[in-house]
Design a protein around this ligand. Structure first.
Ligand SMILES: Nc1ncnc2c1ncn2[C@@H]1O[C@H](COP(=O)(O)OP(=O)(O)O)[C@@H](O)[C@H]1O
Ligand SMILES: [Mg+2]
Length: 375
C-alpha cells in the first residue's frame, strides 16, 4: 500500500513540531526518517498511524484519505524502541495476541493461529524459544518478537520507531541487516525512524532527512550522501570540518588564506562562503618552510600543529590546531580544531609525532553560499 503525506503540520502549544510535511511513499518501499532527537519523527509516525491528528493536512493510504479511518482499521503494525511485549505471556502468546483479539467473525481457529504464529517465529528465526517469557530473552530477541507480533495481523504498513535504539552497537548492526533481508522477503511498506545516519543509509531504499519539523532532503542513500542539499544534511551525515570565507567568480577565498575552486561559487559576487570538508578528504603532509605556497605564492593548504593522534584499527584520527590559533588566548583551540583521517599505515610510515607542524589540503570540499549558511 502506498502512503501519501499531504502538507501535514502539527503544533503542541506554542511549539511547531511539524511544518508542512509532504511525502510520497511507494508500495513495498522501506523508507527511513532520519533526524536528530526532537525533530518530529515520532509525531509524524503517530499521525500516519492515526494515534495523533494533524492540525493541517492529511494522510492518504493508496490514494484514500484516512482522516476518518480509526487506528484499528488502518492496518498498521507498530514496533517501538522500548519492548512492548507482555511480560506475563510466553513468546508464542505474545505473537498470537493480535489474532486472538480479532472480532469473532474474523478470528482464525486456534489451529490456524498456531500455524501462523509458528511460521512467523520461523521467519524471525526464533521458533525455538516459543515457550519462553520475555524476561528470558536478550534485547535483540525481544525486538524480533515484537516485529513478529506486529506482522501477525498482516499489516499493510509497518511503522518502526527506533526499534533498535536501546540495543548495543553490535546487535543493532546485525538486526539492521536482518531487517533489510526480512523486508526484501515480505515487501510490506515500511517506515523506519532513526537518529542514526549509518543505520538509515544502510537499511533504507530512500532516506528522508528531517530537521526542526521540516523535510530537508529526500533521496536514495547514495544521492543524499553524495549531494547533501544543505549544511544541516552534510553535517548530520558525518563528521565535517567547516572553513569560512568569501566566494567570487568560481573561487572561494578562505579566511586562513587558502583558495579553492568551486562550481557552487560560479556566479558568486563576494558572497559569504562555507566550505565543508570531510576528515578523510584532507591530505596531510609534513610542513617545510616555503613549501606551503603554490606557484602563485598562495597558500596551498593550512598550516597546522598535530595536537593529538588517535590510532585505532586501520584509521588514524588527527586533531589539528591551525597555526595562527596556537598562541591566541581569545580563540580557544578546541573551537578551531580540524580533524583529519588518514590510513594508520600512512601515519606510521610518515612517523608523525604529536606537536609536529603539518600542512593539510582539502582534496574535496562542498561549498554552500550565504543563503544556505549556518548549521
Ligand atoms: N504530546 C505532546 N505534547 C507536547 N509536546 C510534544 C508532544 N509530543 C511531542 N512533543 C514535542 O514535539 C517535538 C517533537 O517530538 P518527537 O516527534 O517525539 O521527536 P523525535 O521523535 O524526532 O525525537 C519534541 O520537542 C517534543 O517535546
Ligand atoms: Mg521519537
Amino acid at each position: 500500500m502506498s502512503i501519501e503525506i499531504r502538507n501535514v503540520s502539527k503544533q503542541f502549544g506554542d511549539f511547531q513540531a511539524l511544518r508542512d510535511v509532504s511525502l510520497d511513499i511507494q508500495s513495498g518501499e522501506l523508507i527511513a526518517l532520519l533526524g536528530p532527537s526532537g525533530c518530529g519523527k515520532t509525531t509524524l509516525l503517530r499521525i500516519i498511524a492515526g494515534l495523533e491528528t494533524p492540525d493541517v493536512g492529511s494522510i492518504h493510504f493508496s490514494g484514500e484519505d484516512t482522516t476518518d479511518v480509526h487506528v484499528r482499521e488502518r492496518g498498521v503494525g507498530f514496533v517501538f524502541q522500548h519492548y512492548a511485549l507482555f511480560r506475563h505471556m510466553t513468546v508464542f502468546d505474545n505473537v498470537a495476541f493480535g489474532l486472538r483479539m480479532k472480532p469473532r467473525k474474523e478470528r482464525p481457529s486456534e489451529a490456524q493461529i498456531k500455524e501462523k504464529v509458528m511460521s512467523l517465529l520461523k521467519l524471525v528465526q526464533l521458533d525455538w524459544i516459543a515457550d519462553r517469557y520475555p524476561s528470558q530473552l536478550s534485547g535483540g530477541q525481544r525486538q524480533r518478537i515484537a516485529l513478529a507480533r506486529a506482522l501477525a495481523v498482516e499489516p499493510k504498513v509497518l511503522l518502526l520507531d527506533e526499534p533498535f535504539g536501546a540495543l548495543d552497537a553490535k546487535v543493532r548492526k546485525e538486526l539492521r541487516r536482518w531487517l533489510r533481508r526480512l523486508h526484501d522477503e515480505l515487501h510490506v511498506t515500511s517506515i523506519f525512524v532513526t537518529h542514526d545516519q549509518e543505520e538509515a543509509l544502510e537499511v533504507a531504499d530512500r532516506v528522508v532527512v528531517i530537521n526542526q519539523g521540516r523535510i530537508e532532503q529526500q533521496g536514495t542513500p547514495q544521492q543524499v550522501w553524495d549531494n547533501p542539499a544543505s549544511p544541516f544534511v552534510y553535517g548530520f551525515l558525518g563528521d565535517v570540518n567547516l572553513f569560512k570565507g568569501r566566494a567570487n567568480d568560481g573561487r572561494v577565498y578562505l579566511d586562513d588564506g587558502m583558495q579553492l575552486e568551486s562550481p557552487e561559487a560560479q556566479h558568486a559576487d563576494d558572497a559569504r562562503a562555507f566550505a565543508y570538508v570531510r576528515p578523510h578528504d584532507l591530505d596531510v603532509e609534513r610542513y617545510s618552510p616555503g613549501q606551503a605556497l603554490d606557484a602563485h605564492g598562495r597558500p596551498r593548504g593550512i598550516v597546522v600543529q598535530l595536537a593529538r593522534a588517535i590510532v585505532v584499527g586501520p584509521i588514524a584520527r588527527l586533531e589539528l590546531i591551525p597555526e595562527g590559533d596556537t598562541q591566541s588566548a581569545d580563540n580557544a583551540p578546541s573551537d578551531a580544531l580540524i580533524e583529519a583521517q588518514i590510513p594508520a599505515q600512512q601515519f606510521h610510515e610518515m612517523g608523525l609525532r604529536e606537536g609536529e607542524t603539518l600542512v593539510v589540503t582539502p582534496r574535496r570540499a562542498k561549498v554552500f553560499l550565504d543563503e544556505a549558511a549556518g548549521i
